[in-house]
Design a protein around this ligand. Structure first.
Ligand SMILES: C[S@@+](CC[C@H](N)C(=O)[O-])C[C@H]1O[C@@H](n2cnc3c(N)ncnc32)[C@H](O)[C@@H]1O
Length: 357
């Protein structure tokens, strides 16, 4: 099974679903709205307006956060091109919803808002490779998805490597070699994503990326980030459960989460190496969605909706309730992690433009 087929978020619309537990990620949309509108108005540069304008969302999950973003994008394009094609209704929008093949596209299509004015299509597959026809895409969007790596870096899973990440489930700042291995994989993956999109996006087309990130400095005594919450709290729950004999300790050693949150400088450097796109905008957003996770239950449900498939595949589904109950207890007992005001995770909004081909 391909690694990314385990990445899909929890399906359906039930209490553990991503659909109901993704307000954190959805918080960025309102902040990004005026920036997306302005960039479409001033930078989108499609020479001959086509009859069919194509938009794609890479890593859309079950759509709940995708639909408002698509609405903003289509409205801004309509506004920009007050062309006869639009007023006469001959400009049609096609929206390609991409995610891993195991994503719950059924929930996405069942919950499409009524009266949408676009053709909705599913594009299952790995966004690190080609998914759409050559030079067919006018606007690409991706939010809270590009941090997912195509694979766990080999060295961190190799017990003979100096970068072996024994006893941890994600990189931590005190393990430099592990961090370097993750950053290296991240750079390769962003590179493959951009190379694939460079073949799909037309000259002058735009891409808006909302990428979770961490500041250059945050104080672990008083602050945390999503990644430190996962490595310190969720990771220590798994270690405790192994010590209690729920599973072998080697199971924890052999488990590493496949994602990376860069610093703004790291992402800027990676984007600037790309030859096909210019970076038109690079903004740091303080995601207001974090304040929707004020209760320990909400935070546990948020993490469970994201990680359950990967965790169950490795540790077994029968330990999930116990794991997240333990996580809630640890969260309740840690004043620093409990308070969403201490969450220093940021989101980078980058708008890239396809250079002339
Ligand atoms: C946290 S969700 C974000 C969903 C949505 N964009 C939002 O803002 O709420 C990340 C999504 O990226 C998808 N994903 C991760 N790696 C992928 C890949 N290589 N190809 C396609 N989708 C991927 C996951 O399956 C998941 O649905």
């Amino acid at each position: 099974m391909r690694m990314n087929s385990l990445y899909a978020m929890n399906a359906g619309e039930g209490p553990q679903s991503y659909f109901l537990n993704s307000s954190y990620q959805g918080g960025v949309i309102d902040v990004a709205k005026p920036i997306i509108e302005e960039e479409i108005n001033t930078k989108l540069d499609i020479k001959n307006l086509p009859n069919r304008f194509c938009i794609a969302d890479f890593g859309c999950s079950t759509g709940h956060n995708s639909f408002p973003a698509i609405q903003i994008i289509t409205q801004a394009i309509n506004q920009k091109y007050k062309s006869p094609k639009i007023t006469s209704g001959t400009l049609e929008f096609s929206v390609f919803f991409n995610d891993a093949i195991t994503n719950d596209f059924g929930t996405l299509f069942r919950s499409l808002p009524p009266n949408i004015r676009y053709h909705a299509k599913a594009v299952p597959g790995d966004f690190h490779g080609r998914l759409l026809q050559e030079y067919s895409l006018h606007f690409a969007y991706s939010s809270w998805s590009l941090h997912w790596l195509s694979t766990v870096p080999e060295a961190v899973a190799d017990s003979s490597s100096p970068a072996w990440n024994k006893g941890e489930i994600l990189y931590t700042r005190d393990r430099k070699l592990v961090c370097d291995a993750y950053l290296d994989q991240y750079e390769k993956d962003i590179g493959s994503f951009l190379e694939s999109r460079a073949v799909e996006i037309v000259s002058g087309g735009l891409m808006t990326l909302l990428v979770p990130a961490v500041p250059d400095f945050w104080n672990p005594e008083r602050e945390y980030t999503v990644t430190s919450d996962i490595s310190y709290l969720l990771g220590s729950c798994l270690v405790d459960m192994a010590k209690k004999g729920r599973f072998n300790e080697a199971k924890v050693d052999s488990f590493n989460l496949p994602y990376y949150f860069p610093t703004p400088e790291q992402l800027k450097a990676i984007l600037s190496k790309n030859q096909s796109f210019t970076t038109e905008r690079f903004e740091i957003i303080n995601d207001p969605g974090k304040h929707t996770l004020a209760s320990v239950n909400a935070r546990a449900a948020f993490f469970r909706a994201i990680h359950e498939r990967l965790l169950s595949n490795h540790f077994g589904s029968d330990i999930m309730d116990e794991l997240f109950e333990l996580y809630m207890k640890k969260l309740e007992a840690s004043p620093v992690f409990k308070n969403p005001d201490n969450d220093k995770t940021i989101v980078i909004l980058a708008v890239l433009k396809r250079k002339l081909i």
